[in-house]
Design a protein around this ligand. Structure first.
Ligand code: ITT
Length: 184
């Protein structure tokens, strides 16, 4: 069987996931690709659909990550449209609309293996900041203050972020499944 691949166009995502895999000594390769996504309210539905489509062309096993930001004061906006909103109004636009609001990130990871899709989820709750903080430039990280922290997510290292984050939790669930089922 070939090495497990993470399909993503996003280098920040790959960095975080590779740090988590290195920590437990599991091999991982980066399949750098941008793929089209359907529109739906639920990012688990979007992620499953993308996974099945990619499975027609790309050798298994592989997994993908779909992440949304849900802002309470905006009734869950931008949710699964986080990428489009980041590219249009960006962090300054979100601060104007929703500074101080509760919000959460949700990551869904879909693993394709033996033509079957398995999904793993993680959530991180926090608050929208009133300014862009320094540190990494990954999406909404500079304006997201995790519950219980004074720092923005952008000010944590990838390993520190993994300990509390939506993606870190989803990856942990994935890694437990891989180990239990002896998938490499
Ligand atoms: P893929 O190739 O993996 O799809 P993407 O960047 O298009 O990469 P998503 O659609 O899942 O990924 O992510 C939507 C956007 O949400 C993404 O472009 C970032 O701006 C933002 N985002 C995702 N995860 C994030 C995180 O952990 N912290 C901050 N922003 C994040």
């Amino acid at each position: 069987m070939c090495m497990l691949k993470f399909i993503t166009s996003n280098e920040h995502k790959y960095l975080e996931v590779s740090v988590a895999f290195e920590k437990v000594g599991l091999p991982l390769s980066w399949y750098r690709k941008k793929y089209e996504e359907i529109q739906a309210d639920d990012n688990a539905v979007i992620c499953r659909d993308s996974c099945i489509k990619l499975g027609k062309d790309i050798e298994q096993p592989f997994f993908i990550d779909d992440t949304g930001l849900y802002i309470e004061q905006l009734n869950g906006f931008p949710g699964p449209y986080a990428s489009y909103v980041q590219d249009t109004i960006g962090n300054t636009g979100i601060i104007k609309l929703a500074s101080g609001s509760n919000a959460y990130f949700k990551t869904v990871i879909s693993l394709m293996q033996d033509n079957k899709v398995q999904q793993f989820t993680g959530i991180l709750k926090g608050t929208i900041a009133d300014k862009e903080n320094n540190g990494n430039k990954f999406g909404y990280d500079p304006i997201f203050i995790p519950d219980g922290y004074d720092l923005a997510l952008s000010q944590l290292s990838p390993a520190e972020k993994n300990l509390i984050s939506h993606r870190g939790k989803a990856i942990n669930n994935l890694i437990n499944f891989l180990i239990l089922n002896n998938i490499r």
